[in-house]
Write a protein that binds this ligand. Structure first.
Ligand SMILES: Cc1cc2nc3c(=O)[nH]c(=O)nc-3n(C[C@H](O)[C@H](O)[C@H](O)COP(=O)(O)OP(=O)(O)OC[C@H]3O[C@@H](n4cnc5c(N)ncnc54)[C@H](O)[C@@H]3O)c2cc1C
Length: 458
């Protein structure tokens, strides 16, 4: 796997050297083994160790705590849930789909509660999300999104329309015609949160072993280079890297998201730009972009658009795509010309995990002792917390409000074999770029995007 080539802003602004931990010394036995020390693995260990302090829990991490997407993301701790609403409601009901979305909104608050309770300095600020409409087609689509949300049972307190001046007051970007605002999102510093969680679980007796790669997950145990580790339950918390493990190679496709960050901006620049409450922001385009005002006054800004690599390969070199970094810088300056000739100090990226039906899932198979959570697409920061609490209830055989949510024990279909997977995913990425061009050119919502959506979402 190796170190990432480009250091993320987050790893560079930790404020202290990250704790380093010893590898697993040899064969062992635990009650629960968690594979992967990102948010999924650590939230699970956190809630399990509180619910049953007698449990012997080990987290095995191939690299270091927060090496994966959890240490490198855009820091939106949002209530967004990746499974398309129609799919979720068809597999359960409108009421159950809404219950899951409500649980996600509660999750944003729960993360803030734990951050406070554990004294984790994760720069958490619940300032909501602004989605700007910056063209006529975006106005039409975002208004449609709003009326769909209200038809699904969300209220004005969950998501509301902003007129042009309100939206511009939130973020003084170019071409703003209006937008949506939801309060259900907090900006966080992801590397501080993942590091703080690791310390919180260790305080409760959880063992974390770094530089310890799991070669395979088997019935009631895992195989590592230094021997087998037996466990009643094994939690696969490897997200994009599930695609590298025997038995789950087609469970998720590793798709890259890339980011750039500026130097800290002056107070006068911020007075022009806005984001006073550190609302996270995006606009209505098809190729997703996302940004946050960091606690130290920078803009951290990311987007999709990097290619998917044949055979679901994951390589450190793929974190760095100069073409995409250049496009991100250009997009941010187009959005906010107030940035002028600001210096960009960081550029990095990483893989996230997408299931074939774009459905995140969490579950436990009692017979094999195999538990998993993942397929969060770009919405894992909050969702991993819900996954950790749900896995805790499943592992402890508790029947709760969480264990009956409609993503529990959902099994996504496998991705197509190669080269069809490569062709399909990259065609989907290209279609979204074309859809944005179509809207710029024709000034109406893209027909390509509408036609592609069922194909993309399986
Ligand atoms: C650039 C980027 C921006 C993003 N922005 C956002 C955002 O703003 N908001 C949001 O909600 N989501 C965002 N996401 C997605 C989000 O970060 C992820 O969904 C989430 O962090 C997944 O957490 P995880 O713990 O499941 O996986 P990861 O954090 O990827 O952790 C998996 C861990 O497993 C380890 N591992 C893998 N294989 C093995 C093995 N065989 N043995 C042992 N260990 C192994 C890895 O080294 C890694 O540390 C973004 C993702 C990226 C890449």
């Amino acid at each position: 796997m190796g170190r990432p080539l480009s250091t993320s802003l987050w790893h560079d602004t930790l404020g202290e050297a990250p704790t380093s931990r010893a590898p697993l010394p040899g064969p062992a036995s635990y009650d629960v083994v968690v594979v992967g020390a990102g948010f999924t693995g650590l939230w699970t260990a956190y809630y399990l160790s509180i619910a049953d302090p007698t449990l012997r829990i080990a987290v095995l991490e191939a690299e270091t705590v927060g090496f994966g997407a959890s240490g490198r993301n855009g820091g939106w701790c949002s209530a967004l849930f990746p499974t398309p609403w129609g799919k979720l409601a068809a597999a359960s009901s409108q009421t159950e789909a809404l219950r899951l979305h409500r649980a996600m909104a509660d999750t944003v608050v729960e993360v803030g509660r734990v951050v406070d309770a554990e004294g984790i300095g994760a720069d958490y600020q619940r300032g909501g999300t602004l989605t700007l409409a910056r063209s006529r087609p975006q106005v039409v689509r975002l208004r449609e999104e709003l009326s769909d949300s209200h038809a699904h049972g969300f209220t004005e307190d969950d998501v509301r329309w902003l007129d042009e001046s309100e939206a511009r007051q939130g973020l003084a970007a170019t071409g703003v015609l209006g937008g949506l605002f939801t309060p259900h999102c907090a900006a966080i510093h992801p590397a501080k949160l993942v590091g703080g969680l690791a310390a919180a679980v260790e305080k409760r007796g959880v063992r974390i072993f770094e530089q310890t790669r799991v070669r395979s997950i088997q019935t009631r145990g895992v195989v590592t280079d230094v021997g087998r580790v037996d466990a009643e339950v094994v939690v696969r918390a490897t997200e994009a890297w599930a695609s590298q493990l025997p038995g789950s190679r087609r469970a998720v496709a590793p798709v890259y998201s890339l980011m750039v960050a500026t130097e800290p901006l002056s107070d006068s620049t911020w007075a022009e730009i806005g984001l006073d409450r550190r609302s996270t922001f995006t606009d209505g385009r098809h190729v997703i972009i996302y940004g946050q005002r960091t606690a130290d006054g920078r803009l951290a800004f990311g987007g999709r658009g990097a290619p998917y690599h044949l055979g679901s390969r994951i390589r450190p070199g793929f974190d760095s795509e100069p073409r995409v970094f250049g496009k991100l810088r250009q997009t941010l300056v187009e959005l906010l010309p107030q940035l002028g000739d600001v210096t960009f100090t960081h550029a990095w990226g990483g893989p996230l995990g997408i299931a074939r039906d774009w459905a995140a899932s969490v579950g436990l198979d009692r017979a094999s002792g195999h538990a998993w959570a993942g397929g969060y697409v770009g919405d894992g920061v909050g969702t991993t917390n819900l996954a950790g609490r749900t896995l805790t209830d499943l592992i402890l055989r508790r029947e709760t409000e969480l264990t009956t949510l409609p993503w529990v024990n959902h099994h996504s279909p496998a991705w197509e074999p190669e080269p069809f997977r490569w062709l399909g995913i990259n065609a989907g990425l290209q279609a979204m770029r074309t859809a944005d061009a179509e809207e710029r050119l024709l000034g109406r919502p893209s027909l390509i995007a509408r036609a592609m959506s069922p194909l993309i979402h399986g």
